[in-house]
Design a protein around this ligand. Structure first.
Ligand SMILES: Cc1ncc(COP(=O)(O)O)c(C=O)c1O
Length: 420
């Protein structure tokens, strides 16, 4: 397989850098080691379809980043996009709201186990923020227990201490505990009697740069009971994992019912929408909120979401994504075993994390391996968990295995110390 060139991407990056801070920011930028090794990733895409993206240099990639989650049914899914375009002809951002809002709320209530109501916004961060405000208002308390490696967006309250522009006062009511450590949560609750408004956590630890961690078997039921015993609101942040583990919610997957569940990303297959859903006991608190945005009830993404949720159920998208993930992980493991290297595969198959281990734990061979795969058409992040979607075929998986095998051999030649 020949390595791709990114001449146009780099040219465009220089142009972007003239007028956009960092050229590209966040996890899409080249700064802060996000896209290591430098030069292995395309920076601008031309178009996308199914599971593929084509960059501006004409290179095609099987995209395991899935737009970092939204792409669940394939880019440009014909059913979802037809529903969106039908609504587009009628109107999108209008003074008076379209009844498609009700249809979408009904769909979410029908689909998500903990949902008695739904509230719409745009980004995951909009609804994690609303969830925390709701927990505080519902309990009259200030403090939120959060997981050390949790990610809930970029609003001030959920930034890490020391982040430029974030005041200590904005995060002083966050209490951090390690994920999966029930005793630490219980101690935190005991140490702050009557002060904890909510516990906020992703359903499992999708930690960047490290292996992902699934909850111990009794972890979530114990957390649920602790919340019930102390009147604490349990918020599960399902923005990333939502619909990939269980259509009825990741809380349902782990045998519990959250009080509030945040959704985004896959909820509209890439059309911009997020939602907070919750139990009826939480409804009064949300009703008191002054919380909205100019585009939050735009009709096109709501129509796209109805079509997405309908199709996901019809085709058992969650099951397809899981099975594809299982095949992918087992194939990559076989490639690693045949080459006598240690590939760790963690998380759930539809939201998998892979790390090529080396005895020095330097991550350099891992990053270079991932970089070489990307340069040959398999888009994987070296630090983030990845995703499957329902458009991936066995042929795509086979290409991925062949690519992984060829590039692994290159890396072993350069770093023979990774051999078992
Ligand atoms: C678990 C989780 N919560 C919240 C967010 C924030 O979502 P958004 O980027 O749409 O604001 C993300 C985004 O990656 C996420 O993974």
């Amino acid at each position: 397989m020949e390595a791709y060139r990114y001449d146009k991407s780099f040219e465009l990056y220089d142009r972007a850098n003239e007028v956009v801070p960092c050229g590209l920011y966040g996890h899409l930028g080249v700064g802060r080691a996000r896209l290591n090794p430098m030069g292995c990733y395309p920076l601008f895409s031309d178009h996308a379809e199914g599971t593929y993206i084509w960059d501006v240099d004409g290179n095609r990639f099987i995209d395991y980043a899935c737009a970092y989650g939204p792409n669940a049914l394939g880019y440009q899914d014909p059913d979802v996009d037809a529903a969106a375009l039908r609504q587009r002809e009628k109107g999108n951002c209008t003074t008076v709201v379209s009844p498609v809002m009700i249809e979408c709320a009904e769909k979410l209530v029908e689909t998500l186990n903990c949902a008695d109501w739904a509230f719409f916004a745009k980004n995951g961060g909009d609804v994690t923020t609303l969830a925390v405000m709701t927990a505080r208002h519902a309990t009259g308390r200030k403090k939120i227990i959060m997981m050390e490696h949790g990610y809930h967006g970029v609003y001030q309250w959920c930034q890490k201490p020391g982040t430029p522009g974030v005041l200590d006062e904005e995060i002083c009511n966050n209490l951090y505990v390690p994920f999966n450590d029930f005793d630490a949560i219980e101690k935190m609750v005991k140490d702050h009697p009557g002060e904890i408004a909510g516990i906020l956590s992703m359903p499992y630890d999708h930690i960047s740069h490290y292996d992902n961690v699934l909850p111990k078997e009794d972890y979530w039921p114990k957390v649920r009971k602790l919340c019930d015993d102390h009147g604490i609101v349990l918020i599960i942040d399902d923005v990333r994992a939502g619909f990939r583990m269980d259509l009825a919610g990741s809380d349902h997957y782990f045998g519990i019912k959250a009080d509030l569940l945040t959704l985004g990303k896959a909820i509209a297959n890439g059309w911009n929408m997020a939602a907070l859903v919750g139990r009826k006991e939480m409804r009064d608190a949300v009703e008191d909120m002054n919380y909205t945005g100019s585009y939050w009830l735009s009709a096109v993404p709501l129509a796209a979401s109805v079509a997405t949720l309908t199709k996901m159920k019809e085709i058992d998208a969650t099951g397809i994504m899981r099975k594809t993930g299982e095949k992918l992980i087992s194939g990559l493991k076989q490639v690693a075993d045949a080459n006598k290297v240690n590939l760790s595969t963690t998380g759930l198959p539809s939201l998998f994390k892979i790390i090529l281990k080396d005895p020095d734990e330097s991550m350099i061979p891992h990053q270079e391996w991932i970089g070489e795969m990307v340069r040959r058409g398999v888009y994987i992040s070296h630090f983030h968990n990845m995703f499957t979607n329902t458009a991936m075929t066995d042929q795509d998986l086979q290409y991925t295995f062949d690519n992984a095998d060829e590039t692994l051999k290159m890396i072993i030649k350069k770093y023979p110390q990774i051999l078992l």
